[in-house]
Design a protein around this ligand. Structure first.
Ligand code: 4AD
Ligand code: MG
Length: 465
């Protein structure tokens, strides 16, 4: 690529071409100095580190330097010199400074002092300029890239599944409706109900809660596929681990059973952590030092130990003999809550845990039923500080069993005709899982709130920006 108008700060910081001229562009972090010399810390987002610009005050118009304040955007040309000061190896001795956009010190909200994460959420349009969100956003990019790389290198194809669908893959009814009907005056049918045949798609539609069902169609043709896209859930859970709009990665593999599925999930998750440590260590180190002193050791512990694999029934036994008083019930048949998951991971095993063999009553219709008639081949991967990070299963490939489950759960069979066709024609054993991207980002960054690992969070009562 030959766009060479300027050099990124990341490159200049590792350069040793002393005496050479560079042009840098970025945003001023701080400006300090004496009557003679100004020291400007400049950042362009290419790295957590700033470059120090040294400007001899007599070389520049007074009016220009006065406007070089925190938040202002400038272009600097100058020569690379070894730095006398501590904290950096190199600096730029400025010969030319151009002001693109000033930032009024009286009103620019990101002055030098540290800001709370809560405050930064209110200025999500500016928070990418902070060190913290620079690091998080670079890591978010890194993980996206590593996900595509992992699957590509392992022979998976990226399948684009629809955002607008007519199905509720998870059967939980937590969907955002998509409609162009006039809400004040919707068309009605003979029974006085809204007539969705007159809606844009001629039927009821919603934003997808999961690409899995369409993903299965891909796997039963291409063998190994994955999706990576936004998913939407209208669950009213205002927790640090739930978003209404989140990104999910859903691999789906023909000829995999539940054990193959667990092996893939473990290998994949470890790969992502290794990728971050090997390629974005400075950002991780910054987050470790600023927010979470155990971050790096937790990341290393996940890659260096095997995930524990237990059944739901074993998990219930452990919880019931733990002597701990939990808020939610732990009788066989109850769903595991975050407090249970975190007890198992953080207190009991002190390792990542995969739980299989959940009661079929608490899991979706598509999961493969075990011979006991009570449990399904589900798997949830639980991580320290996060709880559930991955949910998946082997899928029911038997047409009759699948149909009887659809009937039992009273699901709209007519909307699933295409899904059932895969069991009629060339059905195959297959399995898959979903990784919540922001849950992974919570783990990688050590952040405590999911609102801080996505650029513009969507949560109940919040769709600003
Ligand atoms: O466990 P879930 O609901 O599973 C599925 O959607 C399956 N169709 C996946 C599959 O087998 N292909 O969701 C998968 C993961 C969860 O483990 C969690 O990490 C994340 O998605 N997740 C959320 N992340 C943020 N906000 C929410 N509201 C989430 N709901 C689920
Ligand atoms: Mg789940």
């Amino acid at each position: 690529m030959s766009i060479k108008k300027r050099t990124k700060i990341r490159e200049v910081l590792i350069s040793s071409k002393f005496g050479s001229e560079f042009t840098l562009k970025g945003w001023v972090k701080t400006r300090r100095g004496s009557k003679k010399i100004a020291f400007i810390a400049l950042n362009d987002g290419s790295t957590i580190n700033n470059i120090q610009i040294v400007a001899d005050i007599t070389d520049f118009p007074e009016d220009l330097l006065r406007q070089v304040t925190t938040g202002a955007c400038i272009s600097v040309t100058g020569t690379l010199t070894p730095s006398m000061g501590s904290g950096q190896d190199v600096e730029i001795k400025a010969t030319k400074i151009e002001l693109y956009g000033p930032a009024d010190p009286g009103s620019y909200p990101l002055q030098k002092k540290g800001h709370s994460l809560e405050f930064l959420r209110e200025i999500a349009h500016l928070r990418p300029r902070t060190n913290t969100f620079g690091a998080i956003l670079r890591l978010r990019h890194a993980m996206s890239y590593a996900i595509h790389k992992y699957f590509n290198d392992n022979g998976f194809y990226y399948l684009h599944t629809p955002i607008i669908t007519g199905s509720d893959a998870e059967g939980a009814g937590e969907m955002f409706r998509v409609t162009t009907l006039d809400m004040m005056n919707p068309p009605k049918n003979g029974e006085g109900q809204i007539d969705y045949r007159e809606d844009f798609f001629g039927r009821e539609t919603n934003l997808t809660v999961s690409g899995q069902l369409e993903g299965e169609l891909g796997a039963l043709a291409l063998s190994d596929i994955y999706t990576f896209g936004p998913t939407f859930r209208a669950e009213n859970s205002n927790t640090p681990r739930h978003l209404a709009e989140f990104w999910m990665i859903e691999p789906e593999m023909a000829f995999y059973d539940i054990n193959d599925n667990m092996d893939l999930a473990e290998d994949f998750l470890k790969y992502l952590v290794v990728y971050a440590l090997e390629n974005y260590f400075e950002d991780l180190q910054f987050l470790n030092n600023m927010y979470d002193k155990d971050l790096l050791s937790r990341l290393n512990s996940v890659i260096n130990s095997d995930f524990v694999r237990i059944t739901y029934t074993e998990a219930i036994d452990i919880l019931n003999t733990s002597g701990v008083k939990f808020e939610f019930p732990t009788n066989w048949g109850s769903d595991l809550q975050s407090e249970h998951e975190r007890y198992l991971v953080e207190k009991h095993f002190k390792k990542a845990v995969i739980i299989t063999g959940y009661p079929k009553k608490i899991k979706p219709f598509y999961m493969k039923q075990n011979e006991d008639g009570k449990t399904v081949r589900a798997m949830d991967v639980l991580f320290p500080r996060i709880g559930e990070i991955v949910g998946g299963s082997q899928r029911e490939e038997n047409m009759q069993k699948l149909e009887s489950r659809i009937t039992e759960l009273n699901l709209p069979r007519k909307d699933l005709w295409w899904y059932l066709d895969t069991r009629r024609f060339g059905s195959a054993p297959h399995a898959g899982f979903g990784l919540g991207f922001e849950r992974m980002m919570l783990f990688i960054t050590g952040m405590g709130n999911i609102r801080d690992v996505i650029p513009f969070p969507r949560t109940p009562n919040n769709a600003e920006f």
